[in-house]
Design a binder for this molecule. Structure first.
Ligand code: F3S
Ligand code: F3S
Ligand code: ZN
Length: 104
């Protein structure tokens, strides 16, 4: 199941993390929500494949540790989403389609 492209109309911002919004629901450590605004990563889908980190030409992502999460114990966090040049590489390479880019 990929990230819901309509999540912004269905979820609410429940917090902030590394300068970006977190879209709920969240119930750590097992439910972590979606991180980001322009570059959105569904932490509950991410399996820590890392292809997005390798593919991004401008270093948008950094690992964050998420011990106790059922899918993986680290996630690609869009800490530098403001640097995104909308190349869409990350969306394409993620094996579980956990990423959705919102082109301005
Ligand atoms: Fe990087 Fe994805 Fe943007 S690969 S440049 S975060 S579209
Ligand atoms: Fe996670 Fe997909 Fe990146 S599984 S680490 S968001 S390639
Ligand atoms: Zn985050």
């Amino acid at each position: 199941m990929p990230i819901d492209p309509e999540f912004k109309s269905k979820r609410q911002v429940v917090g902030e993390h590394n300068g970006h919004p977190v879209w709920g629901p969240v119930d750590p450590p097992k439910v972590l929500g979606i991180h980001g605004d322009k570059v959105a990563v569904d932490f509950d889908l991410c399996i820590a494949d890392g292809a997005c980190i390798d593919a991004c030409p401008v270093g948008v992502f950094e690992w964050v540790d998420t011990p106790g999460h059922p899918a993986s114990d680290k996630k690609a966090d869009p800490v530098n989403e403001d640097q995104c040049i909308f190349c869409l590489a990350c969306e394409t390479v993620c094996p579980v389609e956990a990423i959705k880019i919102f082109v301005e």
